[in-house]
Design a protein around this ligand. Sequence first.
Ligand code: KPL
Length: 303
Amino acid sequence: MAAHWHILGAGSIGCLWAAHLAKAGHQVTLILRSPERLDTFNAKGAVVLESEDTHHYYPVDACLPDNCGPISNLLITTKAYDTLPALEPVASQIRQDACVVVMQNGMGAQQEAATRLAPINVWAASTTDGAWLKAPFHVVFAGSGETKAGPLSQATTALPAIPPELTPSDLTLVADEQIELSLWRKLAINCAINPLTAFYDCRNGELTEDPEKFQHMSRVCAEIDQLCQQLNLQLFDGPAIQQAESVARATGANFSSMLQDVRHQRKTELDYITGYLLQKAKQAGLTLPENQKLYEHLKETTK
Ligand code: KPL
């Protein structure tokens, strides 16, 4: 059934989903943060989806945060640290029976959104789709992956694993009854790869090729295993380093999202990646010295 989706956060993943939801026949409205962004969008009037050298234009609507309601379906694709500030001016326009999906890197922001919006139902989603912005509202679909979605545990009633109206044409969307575990798995990999690529200013693959960097990644991963054991979380069949090594190899030529943020002098999602890990360790009475050192170094040297 066609629905109306509002999208908060028109970065690469927000535009990718805007295009695919529009393609599936939904009405889509981008919530843009400033009149300047709205002017830039209105000059185009569409999201451009580039894939294998073809360009498709999807005409969607756009609005400013203080004038976008009522909202029945909301997809949040902001950077993790922007979730609450971006949500604030929009929150009162979200219907009580709305469905809200938070799709982003890291952990902590999804739960903050669910707490802020309760009793509105909130889902979390985690994606391995590859996308980047060539220009504002022009997204390049770089690699087709998979998106997992599931309700966050704060939800009061039994919810379907995927909101019924979330039907993006062509993107792979799978139901995940244990979405928090999947978010943890992604978090562990991000903790192993992202801060180290920012520290060494290197591609993902170099973490496996250079013995010193690999040793460093192994020490970071050993601490992740230690915390997971303490929390009774079984993320992988073997130690985290095996999984981190395999992801770093598979994405060897890429620059991690954190390194891209650092190079573009943007704020990073460190607080929602290593920061979240350290917070959980502290609550469990553990110290993770390797992760702590990395966190402190990057806090001092990056935005
Ligand atoms: O998710 C990633 C990112 O860059 O944010 C990968 C490539 C898996 C590295 O952690």
